[in-house]
Structure formats: C-alpha cells, structure tokens
Write a protein that binds this ligand. Structure first.
Ligand code: TEU
Length: 579
C-alpha cells in the first residue's frame, strides 16, 4: 500500500508536472463571461496532449468572490458560477480517465465572512459557542473602540489597511490577515482543526488526489498577538514575525497528516503555499520522516525584483540574485526535502514579461529558455495556465481595467497618500495579479475563444498572435516545446534524480548548471543566455560529443571548450559518465 509519507526522488510526484487552472479565466461554457467546470471538461484533451500529470484547481467553492474565491462560504459545494457538484464529479472522472490526478485548493487560514461558521461566531457574541473559532479581541487598552489606532495590535493586512475590523454589535475586533471579508480561523481551537480535517476527508472520499494549501504556514499565530515592527514611513506594523511559521505550525500540519493522509490507500499530493518560508523551515516541512507535507511553494525568487516599498516597488532583477536564490533552494533541501518549481501562478505577473523578453522578436524564444531553466532544476515543476503559450502581461491602461482586490486597495491607499497615479499604475502594470488572470487565449477570435459573452476581465489583445490554436498547429511553438520538456521529465532519469551543481554563479547573463545522476550514468549540462546579446561561454571539458536533449535553437557548433550562445538561447546536453 503506497504510504503517503512525503519522500524525495522516489515518490510518484517527483517526475510529475503539475498544471494550475484558475477556473474563472480558463474556459467559459455558458457565456456568462466567467470560466466554469464544463469549460475545464471541454479542455481536458488539450491538457492531456500537453502531457501534464496533475491538475491543481484554484477554488470553485461557494464564495462572495471578494478575493476571487479565496474567501470561501461553503467548503463542501460548488459555486453556481462554476457549476454543480455533479459537474465536478464529471470533470474529476474525465481527469482520471486521462490518467491525470486532481488536487484542490485548500483555503483554511481563513473563511469568508459569509461562512456560517463566521456568522455564528460574530452573531453569537462573546461567549457564543463559535466565538473561539475566529480571533476576536477588545480594543487596545484605553482607546475609543472603532477609532484609528484602537485595533488590538498594529498588524497590516496583505491587502492594505489594518488587519482588524471592528464589530459594533460586540465592541470587539476580528483578525483578517487578508481582506476584511476573510476572517482568520483560530487554529488553536481543536474544534476548528477537526472540522477542517473532516472536510478534507470528504473531498478525498469524493476522489480528489490531494491539496494545494493556501498560506498554510500562517495558521499558527503568536497567542500574545504582539505589535509588529513599524517600517519607516509606514502606518502599520509588520506582523509577519508573529504568524509566518508560527509557534505551533508544525504541530498542526503533522496532526493534519495523521488525521487525513497517513495510510491513505491512494497516492496523494500535498503542497503547502508558504509566504516567507525559509530553506531551513522548508526542510522541516518536507522531510519525509516528519510526515508533514510533500513540498512547499517558497517566495524568495519572486521577491528579488522588488524594492523596500514592497511588491509594487519594482526593481530590475539581477540574474546573480536569481541564481543564488534558486541554487540555495536546490542544495538547501538536499536529499531529504523536495522543491516545487514555478515562475507563474494566479498571483504572479507573467514570467516572459518579468524575467524574459516579451517583444515579438524574443517572446517565444525567451519563454522556452525560462521553461528550460525551470524544468531542468531538481523538483516538481508547476505550469500555470497560458505559460505554455508564452502569454504575457496585459497592457492595462487605467485603474478601471483592474479587478484584483489587492491592486484596487493598493491604488486607493496610495492615492489617499498623495502618490502620483501614473507611478501607481506603473507598479500595477508590472506586478498586479491581474496580469495572470486575463482569460486563457484559445484562438484568435473575439475574446480569444474564452467566452462568447463579455469576459469578466479584458482579454489581452495579443491573443491574435498568442493562442493555443495557432501553437497546436506549429511544431516549433512554445506549447510543443513545453510538451517536449514534460516528456523529457518522464523519460530522462537525470532530470528527476540528478544532483544539482551551479556553474559560473557570478555571471550576470549566463545561467548554467549540471545535473549528475550516478544511477543512470548520465550528466546533463544546461546553458541559458539571459539576454539579447551573443554570449561566448567557457565550457567544462568533455561535452563536444554530447547529445542535444532539447534546445530552443539548432546548435551552431559542437560544445567545444567555448560556445557562443545567441540571444535567449537555451540548450540541454547529455553525456554518459562512468560514475
Ligand atoms: O496568496 C498568498 C500570498 O502570498 C498573497 O499575499 C499573494 O501572493 C499576494 O500577491 C502577495 O502580495 C494566497 C492566494 O494564492 C492568493 O490568491 C490569495 O489572495 C491569498 O492567499 C489569500 O487567500
């Protein structure tokens, strides 16, 4: 019986590739302008052709959609916007029939404020039987309830403003580390934990194959809820030290593993999304002997191009910083832990615009280069919808083009502080999560084949050139390059099992590394030119007779002691080794 003990390179998911579907923007079957489960069903053959093994479905549960479904009001049903439980069951059967697995998005750090658990907690008042399911506190001593500064501590929400909202009826505040419509559950309450585990078992019994766990490292707060540090010029305190990987987080996740996953008869996958997690913490979460999680999403590499002002304070990326960060995670988790590998998701801007070159001249080539570098690292790659097409950031013109609560709150807060709107919009164009949420580009027709209605957010006008239909017909497309990369992971042992060794770590334009797998007697060399100028590189010896496993350009010569990489050229070579 496959024991669902997290394990490194020998687990079923170590040579798997995961594809994230953000259903709201994937495919709309009923012309309401919002994607749905029937739309997913109609595209399962496309995903099967790509060759991915697991689908991660962003939330489709009932929700007021304050945060596009990451504010859940019923954990055991499907929002009518997306369909019904019967539609879900049909989709899951279609996924399994094609030999793929499905993991759900588990959002249990918080619920919607419209979840019955919260309405009972709020309306029951202090002493009510569900009061302690959430985090309620009286105003700060001596302060007038409901006035600025009277919040129980000075923590700031991730979506701007204080992390507390005042409830007039009870004269107390409730904590919401995200929007005020996303109250944090009190994980110190065993009733809360057991209710979450029961819900998780309900979905496993329904046939799902695991969970991606939303901000799961934030569930344990320092019970004293101390004030955070107030950065220079900021209005609120930085509460992260008091709830990122908090005091009992490992206890709770180990308990979850015992209560939900241990000994399960099917092969499952658990991925913890962990803002602020360090390599050292991730080793603890993913060490198989600790029976916690299979892998984590870390955020270090997607924070390297921001300044002290936060995510919308855009700074240029230095390739040496990226290599140092990813290299640290490759070696840091070592043989006991396991990396998830991603550039994109529904929260991140499109990587071809961010780390590549989305000009027509180099968009496809740099997208293939970025995919090559990521997929040849040690770990499990995640492909976000549209990444396989080189979908790019959208040309947002005004604040009216944005939908995301994080972006809209940031704009409102910065306008109130007197920041120049052109500067605010510039930051949003680079970093807004809406860059990832423009509709999937299926073809060159109006609304890119996503909907026959009016899309909830505008389609990127570049869909006339960047779309699945055109790329399926072009063997040299980004889609088919991703398909070959995924196939390589299934056929080339060194891609999964090889060790990792960075080359030229101090080079600002070259990303190069080797992967050596003694068991299969093979070594891979990965070369990538992160720039629009030719780059002549010194190569290690012994690669002149190597095979080209995959490349985004035909080779100009054998890999002798030097080789000139063309702009955005990526190559993977293989040689046999005796050890
Ligand atoms: O995101 C967690 C997280 O780190 C967010 O704060 C997000 O990365 C943001 O852009 C940081 O600036 C998860 C979900 O992926 C996100 O969509 C939700 O909005 C959030 O949690 C709350 O559920």
């Amino acid at each position: 019986m496959p024991e669902n003990v997290a394990g490194p390179a020998d687990s079923w998911w170590s040579d798997a590739v995961v594809y994230q579907i953000y259903p709201r923007s994937f495919a709309d079957s009923d012309a309401d302008g919002i994607g749905d489960l029937q739309g997913v069903i109609e595209r399962l053959d496309y995903l099967s052709q790509l060759g991915v093994d697991v689908l991660w479905l962003s939330p489709v549960y009932p929700s007021p959609h304050d945060d596009n479904g990451y504010d859940i009001s019923d954990y055991q049903d499907i929002d009518p916007l997306f369909g019904t439980l019967a539609d879900f069951d049909r989709m899951l059967a279609g996924v399994h029939e094609r030999g793929m697995k499905l993991v759900m998005d588990l959002v249990v750090n918080h619920t919607s404020d419209e979840h019955p658990w919260f309405t009972a907690s709020r309306d029951g008042g202090p002493g009510g039987d569900k009061r302690d399911w959430y985090i309620w506190r009286p105003p700060r001593d001596g302060m007038e309830p409901g006035t600025a500064g009277a919040e129980p501590n000075n923590w700031e929400s991730w979506f701007s403003g204080p992390a507390w909202t005042f409830d007039e009826a009870s004269g107390e505040y409730y904590l919401h580390t995200f929007s005020r419509k996303q109250p944090d559950l009190n994980w110190d309450n065993p009733e809360v934990r057991q209710a979450v585990y029961a819900m998780m078992r309900w979905w496993l019994d329904r046939g799902v194959d695991g969970f991606r766990m939303d901000v799961i490292n934030l569930i344990s707060k320092d019970p004293a809820l101390p004030d955070g540090i107030v950065p220079e010029g900021a209005r609120y305190g930085f509460g992260h030290p008091y709830y990122v990987c908090g005091p009992r987080v490992h206890e709770y996740i180990a308990e979850m593993h015992r209560e939900v996953f241990a000994g399960h008869p099917r092969r499952l996958l658990t991925v913890g999304e962990m803002p602020g997690v360090t390599v050292e913490e991730a080793k603890l979460f993913t060490d198989p002997a600790r029976r916690e999680l299979d892998m984590v999403f870390q955020f270090e590499h997607v924070g390297l191009d921001q300044g002290p002002g936060g995510k919308f304070d855009v700074r240029p990326l230095r390739l040496t910083d990226l290599k140092a960060s990813l290299g640290r995670w490759q070696t840091g988790l070592g043989e006991t832990g396991w990396n998830s590998l991603y550039w994109n998701n529904h929260d991140q801007p499109r990587v071809v615009s961010r780390f590549g070159d989305d000009s027509p001249a180099y968009r496809d080539r740099s997208a293939k280069l970025l995919a090559t570098v990521l997929h040849l690292h040690r770990g499990t790659p995640f492909v976000y919808q549209g990444e396989e097409l080189a979908m790019a950031n959208a040309p947002f013109a005004s604040i009216g083009d944005f939908r995301d609560i994080e972006s809209l709150n940031h704009h409102r807060e910065q306008i109130a502080l007197g920041t120049d709107e052109a500067q605010i919009l510039e930051g949003l164009r680079h970093r807004s999560r809406d860059n990832a949420r423009t509709p999937m580009q299926w073809d060159a027709t109006q609304h890119a084949g996503f909907t026959t209605g009016t899309p909830w957010i505008a389609v990127n006008p570049d869909h006339v050139d960047v779309n699945a239909k055109a790329q399926l017909a072009d063997p040299d497309s980004v889609f088919h390059y991703y398909r070959r990369l995924i196939e390589l992971r299934h056929t080339e042992p060194a891609v999964t099992h090889g060790d990792f060794h960075m080359l030229h770590p101090d080079h600002e334009q070259l990303y190069a590394f080797t992967r050596h797998d003694a068991a299969s007697g093979t070594e891979l060399l990965v070369l990538a030119n992160f720039g629009a100028a030719d780059l002549t590189v010194d190569l290690p010896e012994g690669w002149e007779d190597s095979d080209t496993l995959i490349a985004n350009l035909p080779a100009t010569s054998p890999l002798t002691s030097t080789y000139t990489l063309r702009p955005w050229e990526a190559r993977v070579h293989r040689r046999r080794t005796t050890t």
